[in-house]
Design a protein around this ligand. Structure first.
Ligand SMILES: *[C@@H]1O[C@H](CO)[C@@H](O)[C@H](O)[C@H]1NC(C)=O
Ligand SMILES: *[C@@H]1O[C@H](CO)[C@@H](O)[C@H](O)[C@H]1NC(C)=O
Ligand SMILES: *[C@@H]1O[C@H](CO)[C@@H](O)[C@H](O)[C@H]1NC(C)=O
Ligand SMILES: *[C@@H]1O[C@H](CO)[C@@H](O)[C@H](O)[C@H]1NC(C)=O
Ligand SMILES: *[C@@H]1O[C@H](CO)[C@@H](O)[C@H](O)[C@H]1NC(C)=O
Ligand SMILES: *[C@@H]1O[C@H](CO)[C@@H](O)[C@H](O)[C@H]1NC(C)=O
Ligand SMILES: *[C@@H]1O[C@H](CO)[C@@H](O)[C@H](O)[C@H]1NC(C)=O
Ligand SMILES: *[C@@H]1O[C@H](CO)[C@@H](O)[C@H](O)[C@H]1NC(C)=O
Ligand SMILES: *[C@@H]1O[C@H](CO)[C@@H](O)[C@H](O)[C@H]1NC(C)=O
Length: 734
């Protein structure tokens, strides 16, 4: 007969404690979703699920749903620098410009596209000559496709590529076949001034069908037009009568080598809006006359009807104007994000332009998202002009009486009839005095130590008990391959925003291109190595707590099932955080019964999401003796906080019984009700009870040993299989 008493249990508890410490030491994370799924929570090692480290073994498990791949689709044919996107919603195709290739991807499922079948080879010519100029054979001297634009009804595409530092253009059928010889398109073949020589250059181009002189189609572009990069242009090609092939109007460009017009620009986008084409870029600021140099962001405008001047500016734009874009944190000394990196406009909506801006590369690094309305842009162009009287004086607004008539920059029917006074004025005064102010006079979002490279925007309409609520969701890619998902809304005339999620999409590689399709509910992002497709509504995949789920306008919390779903009326949603405690009732109280001396883990998150990391999780215990009191972690022999903000209670006793709540800021995140079974610690009366308890504990002990062994084995496997593809980041989505 064995004497089993509380001391034996103490020994066991020590063992348990030791193993628990080991488990913590390697920060094996606990899966609270699993906890939610288990109604009667088994209060032992079942809590300890392995991290999704050895994907081979874990993928079969019903846990770690977030790491399944079925919500992410990938397309890659190798490291081919996927940098240009064009979405053809009519043909349901995503065209991707890469190195020596143009792909046509199935928008519904990009993984279903084929490297060979869905592509066309556009190999460079004259590689040898390019190499002889000192450019690299395997990157610079290849053909990087930089322009893909639809022509006519979209059955043909205009394509331009760097072609080994000798830009060249093509017209292709949308099914990626070359045109037959008899379907000759005049003006095609030479890509100079249409796309860059250097694949590293930042350029833009837009095929415009309507509103040009003679109603003839043309390509508008912003790029380097020389191998040496000395000549940068905003350009429109010659206009040809496509039937006869005759050149009806000559090309137009910005004034050559004039730094007042353009000074080392990096173009980020161009749009056809009404009578104008708008160009967005950053350039050396001519008006900055302090020491050193500054880069400012600009929007420039040309009239589509512009045919140039007669004697002056005959080859140039007679309507070219530009204005600074103001993206800054307001204050006595506004903090400026001066360098535009990307610009987006929602198709079919010309009212707003959404941009990402960064600070100058020296000094404090940071990024911001700013919105500009077309009204504010036009207002800047209707305002005062800027001038510098002499090379040493300050830049000042031009007084109204010095501005000739018709006002320079207005769209007149025939620019060649403009008087010389107007042409001379615009030649020397392309810059507007005031900057285009950003909507609400503050960025939508900004953050330091981040570099946003690309941006796309979605508008989400939600029917909330008969009210139509509208949200704008921003997806901003970074130079480290992450996507920040931000929601913006207006309440009582004020604009507010919140960071919803961060996805690790192409870890370590900058996001080079992004696109969005509401029809497919998908977001597309490219890095140099691959193209990825993600769902816009990532609900159950990303949010395991009501607090986060309810803030995402695509999602809603299903109280009954305890899961996050795509939004529909009836689900809990509170994007603006207007209803306090809206999630509290959705928190399932989990009952846990523990045996005396046992250690317990109470989870708060499966993995602490990066967006929440700056915010603290607080644990409270409601005990019979002390009432509600916060738990502090200065007694490691009792409480330990896990790396995912869970709570470990070591060796529970009677005093540890009661309710435990965890709070994230003002929101209840989880709640546990612990009962401690102390009964078994009083001496058992009959010998068969002794035996029963002893065998119970032996059983438990064996389970611990097995759990330890399993863990050790997994750990070894992990060490062996350790490769860069592990899902070890909380943001990782693939
Ligand atoms: C997408 O296409 C891939 C390759 O054909 C296929 O394996 C996968 O099941 C498809 N996914 C969906 C959701 O259709
Ligand atoms: C591609 O489209 C053109 C024009 O619609 C058509 O003439 C040609 O046959 C198509 N080629 C293929 C391979 O489908
Ligand atoms: C193009 O833009 C990127 C991102 O801002 C920048 O790193 C790169 O230097 C630019 N290219 C050139 C040639 O300036
Ligand atoms: C092109 O030229 C033909 C023949 O001169 C003429 O009939 C047609 O209207 C012209 N097209 C355009 C768009 O100007
Ligand atoms: C400009 O041309 C349009 C149509 O061609 C005409 O209706 C309008 O009167 C013209 N405007 C001026 C100021 O000549
Ligand atoms: C930019 O906007 C801020 C905030 O509205 C304002 O304080 C600042 O003066 C503006 N800067 C310029 C150059 O217009
Ligand atoms: C939501 O509002 C509550 C107060 O009602 C506040 O305590 C909490 O911090 C807010 N949450 C966020 C994310 O702003
Ligand atoms: C916790 O559970 C015990 C036993 O099931 C029950 O008596 C008690 O009322 C529960 N407490 C709370 C706060 O739910
Ligand atoms: C996996 O490898 C990385 C770097 O190669 C290393 O930092 C990490 O500790 C390794 N993890 C394991 C479990 O061995």
């Amino acid at each position: 007969m064995f004497a089993v008493n509380c001391r034996t249990m103490d020994v066991l508890a020590v063992f348990v404690r030791w193993s628990v410490f080991l488990l913590i030491a390697v920060s094996l994370h606990v899966h609270s979703q699993a906890v939610q799924q288990t109604t009667e929570v088994d209060n032992s090692y079942n809590f300890y699920y392995e991290q999704p480290c050895c994907s081979g073994t874990v993928s079969k498990s019903k846990y770690h749903v977030r790491h399944r791949r079925d919500h992410v689709r990938e397309f890659s044919c190798g490291t081919l620098y996927y940098r240009t996107f064009f979405v053809d919603s009519k043909r349901d195709a995503l065209y991707v410009g890469a190195m020596d290739r143009l792909y046509r991807l199935n928008m519904n499922n990009i993984s279903a596209s084929h490297c060979e079948r869905d592509s066309i080879n556009l190999e460079p010519s004259n590689v040898a000559q390019c190499v002889s100029k000192g450019k690299s054979e395997h990157f610079d001297c290849r053909n990087h496709v930089r322009v893909i634009q639809p022509m006519g009804d979209g059955s043909r595409l205009y394509v331009c590529g760097t072609n080994a530092h000798s830009p060249k253009d093509w017209v292709l059928y949308s099914n990626l076949t070359h045109l037959p010889r008899h379907e000759y398109v005049p003006g095609i073949g030479m890509g100079v001034a249409k796309c860059p020589y250097d694949p590293a250059d930042n350029s833009t181009a837009l095929w415009v069908e309507k509103g040009n002189p003679g109603s003839l189609p043309a390509l508008y572009s912003g790029t380097n037009a020389e191998f040496t990069k000395a000549d940068t242009v905003i350009f429109r090609t010659d206009l040809h009568n496509l039937t006869t092939g005759r050149r009806e109007f000559a090309f137009k460009r910005t004034l050559k080598y004039d730094s007042k017009w353009l000074d080392k620009p990096n173009f980020v986008g161009s749009f056809d809006v009404g009578d104008y084409v708008l160009f967005f870029f950053r350039e050396t600021a001519v008006e900055y006359i302090n020491c050193g140099k500054a880069v400012y962001s600009r929007v420039a405008r040309v009239c589509k009807r512009d045919t140039g001047g007669k004697n002056i500016l005959s080859q140039n734009w007679a309507t070219y104007l530009k204005a600074r874009l103001n993206c800054s944190i307001p204050g006595e000394f506004p903090f400026y994000f001066n360098e535009i990196q990307s610009i987006y406009k929602v198709p079919g909506d010309d009212s707003r332009f959404y941009g990402v801006f960064t600070t100058a590369s020296t000094g404090l690094m940071g990024s911001a998202i700013c919105t500009f309305t077309i009204g504010d842009i036009q207002k800047a162009f209707e305002g005062k002009f800027k001038e510098q009287a002499s090379s040493s004086s300050a830049w000042l607004p031009v007084i109204s009486s010095k501005v000739p008539e018709p006002r320079p920059g207005t769209c007149v029917n025939d620019t060649s009839s403009l008087p010389d006074t107007v042409l001379n004025f615009i030649r020397s005064h392309p810059l507007m005095d005031s900057a285009v102010s950003h909507e609400n006079e503050k960025p939508i979002y900004y953050k330091r130590d981040l570099f946003f490279t690309r941006l796309v925007v979605d508008k989400v309409k939600v029917d909330m008990m008969g009210h139509q609520l509208e949200y704008t969701v921003y997806y901003s890619g970074t130079n480290e391959g992450k996507i920040h998902k931000i929601v913006q809304w207006n309440r009582n005339g004020d604009s507010q925003s919140a960071l919803l999620d961060i996805f690790d999409v192409t870890p370590g590689e900058p996001i080079q291109a992004m696109a969005i399709s509401r029809m497919h509910g998908s977001l597309y992002a490219a890095s140099d190595r691959r193209v990825l497709q993600l769902r816009l509504a990532l609900c159950a995949r990303r949010y395991d707590a009501c607090v986060r789920c309810a803030r995402d306008p695509y999602c809603g919390w299903d109280r009954d099932a305890g899961v996050c779903r795509e939004y529909m009326p009836g689900l809990i949603q509170d994007v603006a955080n207007e209803t306090a405690d809206i999630c509290d009732s959705s928190i399932a109280r989990k009952s846990v019964s523990a045996t005396w001396g046992q250690s317990l883990h109470l989870g708060s998150f499966v993995k602490m999401p990066e967006v929440l990391q700056p915010r603290a999780v607080t644990w409270y215990h409601y005990s019979r003796e002390k009432g509600r009191h916060p738990i502090t972690f200065n007694k490691p022999e009792k409480y330990i906080e896990t790396s995912e903000h869970g709570l470990l209670i070591i060796s529970v006793n009677e005093a540890d019984a009661g309710r435990y709540d965890c709070w994230l800021g003002g929101s209840l995140l989880c709640s546990y009700n612990i009962t401690v079974d102390t009964h078994r610690c009083s001496p058992p009366e009959k010998s068969n009870e002794y035996q029963k308890i002893y065998s119970n504990w032996c059983h438990e002990f064996e389970k611990y040993k097995t759990a330890m062994k399993t863990w050790e084995r997994k750990q070894e496997q992990c060490a062996r299989q350790n490769d860069s593809n592990q899902n070890t980041h909380p943001n990782e989505i693939v």
